[in-house]
Design a protein around this ligand. Structure first.
Ligand SMILES: Cc1cc2nc3c(=O)[nH]c(=O)nc-3n(C[C@H](O)[C@H](O)[C@H](O)COP(=O)(O)O)c2cc1C
Length: 374
């Protein structure tokens, strides 16, 4: 059977068949399974390992595992700290700062544990996203010669020259034209512009106005679109807006290879778009996830969100307890408004095939529905 054709400049840039990238998703305590990364690459797109919460050793192990599963291009996404609060560089140190300086926040977390009858299960590793930690993660990505690197939050300037030496492509993620321009100045090859509809950390501008503004402001640096794209119609729209490809997170959360429990996947599928809301409860930064009793309790608490990494360290101890008790309904289930369109769990290859076929159908179906001439 012949495969559908869908090519843009992104395919040349990354050496891939289809201009569809799996978004970097560093789901806490889990990171992206190598199986999902490899499955998207094998299906003609490019998988991306979300490694922000993983130790350098674990990132290396997963990169090597991806390579066992596929010889196709893939990337690694990390969060580079640009605006960290002055913080201790260990989890224990941040916890001591929290106890001394933010007792109401610590009390809020303990009240949650009591309310939901969860056994405390403080996170055991000593990882906090600090400058030194991010540097060690970056070094692994460089050592391993990963085909492309994506900078989630933060300034990629420090990695661009080193990545170039290795022939690595560098992507930067931005939620506004201003941040996109910063990435351009840092010399990235492609800016992924993410609309507020997206799951995970997100900005305030929606994809529809963000993408064309970014395309105009960044030219000739190309743009990929992210946020709210879960089917071929969305991809066709992004290409029409001037993007050369797409970066999809939520659509792949229900892939069989994605490490989330089936219960979470089903909850995302059952969710209505309006239930995926922005909250600062989980990291202190604006993050879109499925609303639940914890995000509601946070909104009602009236507490001021703490900066990164304090809020995150605080809430990770809660999440660890919820996870241990199997209370996924209380977890930070990051997903975007596009979750309202998710229908069922299935293999990543099937999701990819449908995305490609849907895009081709949307593009080629247009003349049937729209009459135009120049
Ligand atoms: C569960 C989840 C975790 C995410 N984690 C990260 C991350 O670690 N680094 C990052 O750059 N972006 C992260 N994001 C944002 C994605 O990279 C991407 O921009 C977003 O998912 C695109 O919007 P969509 O969810 O509507 O497809 C995450 C998104 C989700 C849904």
């Amino acid at each position: 059977m012949t495969r559908p054709v869908l090519r843009t400049d992104l395919c040349e840039m990354l050496g891939i068949e289809y201009p569809i990238l799996l978004a970097g998703m560093g789901v806490w305590g889990m990171g992206t399974p190598p199986e999902l990364v490899a499955a998207v690459s094998e299906a003609g797109g490019a998988g991306v390992l979300g490694g922000s919460a993983l130790s350098p050793d674990e990132i290396r192990r997963r990169i090597q595992r991806v390579r066992q599963l596929t010889d196709k291009p893939f990337g690694v996404d990390l969060l580079l700290p640009a605006t960290l609060a002055v913080a201790a560089t260990s989890r224990g140190g941040v916890r001591r700062q929290l106890a001394a300086e933010h007792p109401e926040h610590v009390a809020f977390m303990h009240q949650l544990l009591e309310r939901f009858e969860l056994e405390p299960a403080p996170v055991e590793d000593d990882i906090v996203i600090s400058d030194a930690f991010a540097e060690a993660q970056i070094q692994v990505v460089l050592d391993e010669g990963v085909p492309f690197f994506a900078a989630g939050l933060g300034d990629p300037a420090r990695i661009v020259p080193r990545a170039r030496e290795q022939g690595m492509v560098v992507l930067g993620l931005a939620g506004s034209v201003r941040n996109a321009l910063r990435h351009k100045e840092a010399g990235v090859d492609l800016v992924v512009c993410q609309g507020t509809e997206a799951g995970g950390h997100t900005g305030r501008v929606a994809s529809l106005p963000l993408i064309p503004q970014a395309v105009d402001a960044l030219a000739p640096t190309p743009v990929a679109a992210a946020g709210g794209i879960v089917d071929g119609r969305g991809i066709a729209a992004a290409l029409t807006l001037g993007a050369i490809g797409v970066w999809l997170g939520t659509a792949f959360l229900v892939a069989e290879e994605c490490g989330l429990p089936d219960e979470v996947k089903e909850a995302l599928i059952a969710g209505d778009a309006t239930e995926f809301r922005i909250s600062r409860a989980w990291t202190g930064k604006t993050l879109r996830s499925k609303r639940n009793l914890v995000s509601e309790a946070w909104e009602q608490s009236g507490l001021v969100p703490l900066p990164t990494p304090h809020q995150r360290v605080l809430m990770e101890d809660f999440l660890s307890a919820a996870r241990q008790a199997g209370r996924w309904d209380l977890y930070m289930n990051a997903a975007g408004q596009g979750a309202g369109m998710l229908e069922r769990r299935r293999p990543a290859a099937e999701i990819m095939a449908e995305l490609v076929a849907g895009t081709v159908a949307a593009l080629s179906g247009l003349p049937d529905r729209v009459t135009y001439s120049a």
